[in-house]
Design a protein around this ligand. Structure first.
Ligand code: ADP
Ligand code: ASP
Ligand code: MG
Length: 484
């Protein structure tokens, strides 16, 4: 059994949905030569669990509708409602069977959009949007899509059934970034998903969402449908997890930034974790753990070029002779510095810094401390800037007054560039090459960190330099030409 997840662009319009449903059909019936080729386990008919995202752009517009409603705008959510209806209606009319099925499906879409309107109306009246309310709204894209996708599969003769992950994935109530409770989830999957598979039905499950044990809808974080696929793969002990997207796998850099980027045929879970954590959007960082726990390979493959083998993520990728495998970047960050000569040799400063930030629920992406201990700096999302500074100023009130800490300040509009590869471990000279490439091209490095795994060197640069920095480092290691 394979879990196959289709991302937003893979279900974003009539053509992609036709392509995606054909892929599922061929896997389920075993009718495809190419699916079984290229070392992929699909020579014979096999059960598939499908996970789908919302159509591309839909989650963004749902979020915009909810936030504008909270800001006393009664127009935007109504416009969003109309445009969502049109987009889904167009797809239903183009690819879903007969007239009767159309009207049943259209009325389900209308019901969900009515729910959307009511939610936005309440947010508008209250003038307030809670994290829980936002999850209720932003989960609707996937809830709309599963119905359409399952119906499109049935039109191809696949016995498919739409399923909301609220009946499968039990999470905590950390709205916006909920964590699954795996034991409860496992039990729900056994009760609600396994029997369908046993009957030969292909379940089509909403990505991105879950529910608390009392049934309140939660979301797993933006881009979280990949995570859904891994959670289900883990519970079902699936043979593999396939992430169908719009590029030929995990590449040596974001192809939108570096056009000559190449596909990496295989990477390890550890490398995939570093790459996704440091900005390779192609795979959500949380996807790795549930797969790794059960040793389930993840394939990243292209819906629009399914013959391409894509990238295989496994425990140990074959050595490629390459030290550096890929360059990634995250934008929209802020570098916070706590500095003071009085910090030297004083134990517990770092603990105070990070506990103050943690209490605010702010996550830290990278840390660096100068060896003289005169400063500690760390990188966070820019939007958390104000909260982090206030928390630190409170925490260090006394030290600031005594001048043990001189200054706490933030530098906004920075980005992290990460240079990743398991082969970097123990190989001297990587840092020199990275800094040489940037130095020759007059790109200033603001801060540096190397993880103890030695799989990754991360640098902070000004956001305006980040795309160039990625391109120069990519060029320096000849990642566009190398035979990987
Ligand atoms: P989906 O909608 O299928 O989930 P995403 O947009 O979330 O797709 O992720 C795919 C995108 O990730 C690609 O279109 C690509 O621009 C971007 N991306 C960023 N870094 C990388 C990388 N190293 N390799 C491949 N794609 C990357
Ligand atoms: N639709 C969700 C989002 O846009 C989840 C996903 O696409 O993976 O974030
Ligand atoms: Mg994605």
């Amino acid at each position: 059994m394979i879990v196959m997840k289709f991302g937003g662009t893979s279900v974003g319009d009539v053509e992609p949905i036709a392509q995606a449903t054909q892929i599922v059909h061929e896997a389920v019936t075993g009718e495809s030569a190419w699916l079984g080729g290229l070392g992929r386990p699909s020579e014979s008919p096999q059960p598939v669990v499908v996970v789908v995202s919302a159509m591309s752009g839909v989650t963004d517009s749902l979020v915009k509708a909810a936030t504008s409603a909270a800001n006393r705008d009664e127009q935007t959510f109504r416009q969003v409602k109309d445009s969502l209806f049109e987009r889904h209606r167009a797809v239903i009319e183009a690819i879903v069977g007969d007239g009767e099925t159309h009207s049943v499906l259209l009325s389900e879409i209308e019901t969900l959009l009515h729910e959307f309107e009511n939610l936005c109306q309440s947010i508008y009246i209250l003038g307030e949007l809670t994290a829980r309310g936002l999850d209720a709204v932003s989960s609707l894209g996937e809830r709309l899509m599963v119905r359409v996708f399952a119906a499109a599969l049935r039109s191809r003769g696949v016995e498919a059934r739409a399923l909301e992950a609220t009946t499968l994935i039990v999470t905590d109530d950390n709205y916006g970034s909920a964590t699954p409770l795996m034991d409860d989830t496992q039990a729900r999957v056994q009760a609600n998903l396994v029997p369908l598979l046993a009957e030969g039905i292909t379940p089509v499950v909403t990505g991105f969402i879950g529910a608390t044990s009392s049934g309140i809808v939660t979301t797993l974080g933006r881009g979280g449908s990949d995570y859904t696929a891994a959670i289900l793969g883990n519970c079902l002990d699936s043979r593999e997890i396939w992430i169908w997207t719009d590029v030929d796998g995990v590449m040596t850099a974001d192809p939108r930034v570096v056009p000559e980027a190449r596909t990496l045929p295989a990477i390890s879970y550890a490398e995939a974790a570093e790459l996704s954590y440091f900005g390779a959007k192609v795979l959500h960082p949380k996807t790795i753990l549930p797969a790794l726990e059960k040793g389930i390979p993840i394939r990243i493959v292209n819906t629009f070029n399914p013959e391409h083998p894509g990238t295989l993520v496994v425990t140990e990728a074959e050595p490629t002779g390459k030290t550096v495998k890929a360059i990634t970047a995250i934008k929209g960050l802020s570098l916070i510095t706590v500095e003071g000569r009085g910090m030297i040799g004083v134990p517990g400063i770092a603990a105070k810094v990070f506990s103050a930030v943690a209490r605010e629920g702010i996550s830290v992406l990278m840390i660096s401390q100068s060896s003289s201990e005169q400063n500690i700096c760390f990188v966070i999302q820019q939007e958390a800037n104000g909260r982090a500074l206030r928390a630190l100023e409170n925490e260090f009130e006394l030290e600031l007054a005594r001048r043990n800490v001189d200054r706490i300040w933030a530098q906004g509009n920075v980005a992290i560039v990460a240079v990743v590869g398991a082969g970097m471990k123990g190989t001297p000279g990587i840092g020199a090459k990275v800094f040489g490439a940037l130095g020759r091209n007059a790109i200033n490095v603001i801060s540096v960190a190397q993880g103890s795994s030695e799989y990754n060197i991360s640098l902070v640069v000004d956001e305006k330099d980040v795309d160039d920095a990625v391109r120069y480092i990519h060029q320096e290691f000849e990642l566009g030409q190398a035979c990987l």
